[in-house]
Design a binder for this molecule. Sequence first.
Ligand code: BTX
Length: 319
Amino acid sequence: MRSKLLQLLRQTNGYISGQEISKQLGISRTAVWKHMEELRKNGYELEAVPRKGYRLLNDPNRAGEDEIKAKLQTQTLGQEIIYKNEVTSTQEEAHEAARKGAAEGTIIVADRQLKGKGRLGRKWESPPGSGLWFSLILRPPIPPQEAPQLTLLTAVAVTEAVTEATGLQPQIKWPNDILLNGKKVAGILTEMQSDPDRIQAVIVGIGININQMEFPEELSDIATSLKQESEGTTYSRADFIAILLSRYEYWYHHYLKHGFLDVKKRWEALTFTIGKKIKATTVTKTLIGTAVGITDDGVLLLKKEDGEIEHIYSADISL
Ligand code: BTX
């Protein structure tokens, strides 16, 4: 209920009356007042004016353009910020912005996604007020077939950012899952706008569960948040994105200057997939074997029991 109330306050330009809130949320005026008191205790600054209603003055967990800009320490990434309270998917918005010529480094951030996209048409749960849902537009001067390397680069940047922000040490599961204690804390979706021999834009979608304390039932065993893994510590989403963009910029520039090798080495140091016996489920078949490494294109090498090496381009991995 409190997140619905916050959403209402965030969406309102100016004041919203207690009566309107109680009508929209289907709760009593006393309940509205109690929730407001709870929000105040949690650091939200609220103004209450007789006959006008309530107004949110300071939102400690907002990750809007101003809050992010105040924390950014990058040269290019995040210099352009498009912030929306609610979108279908930041990927869609980013594709549109990229087609219209948005500069490299532009980010599209939303408080909530109604149809957050995972890989292969899957859904990414993106509730308001608690996670970081954003897409980054890159225009790397690399051939289209090398774009998958950016997925691994992204996983490295996200993992390092989680450690820097929280002290926690996530592990990467090939190709793009970031796990804490075996549960998914972040997901990465890399899409591309490309001519046959030239990339127009790479749209890197990043979803990170920051402050959720609960998940829908079907995710409760497989998903976690930074807050859940740090005994209830609340993290600032604006701080987190600023740290992440710094790590990203470091690796992205390093990659453009020196190539993929160091990214690959760092990825291998942060993953637990390599050396493990795994089951890889692709669209057409299921393979069992030992993950022995990745190629320079980020393709997973699976050694089957008969010794043959299979190249896995896209699959779900389980141990
Ligand atoms: P994926 O296909 O690897 O993971 C999707 C699967 O993860 C789902 O089928 C579900 O089991 C699980 N899942 C769904 N939501 C969550 C969640 N919040 N936390 C943990 N597990 C979850 C991963 O796809 C790529 C996700 C990218 C999301 C970003 S958010 C910003 C950008 N915009 C957009 O629409 N997508 C990206």
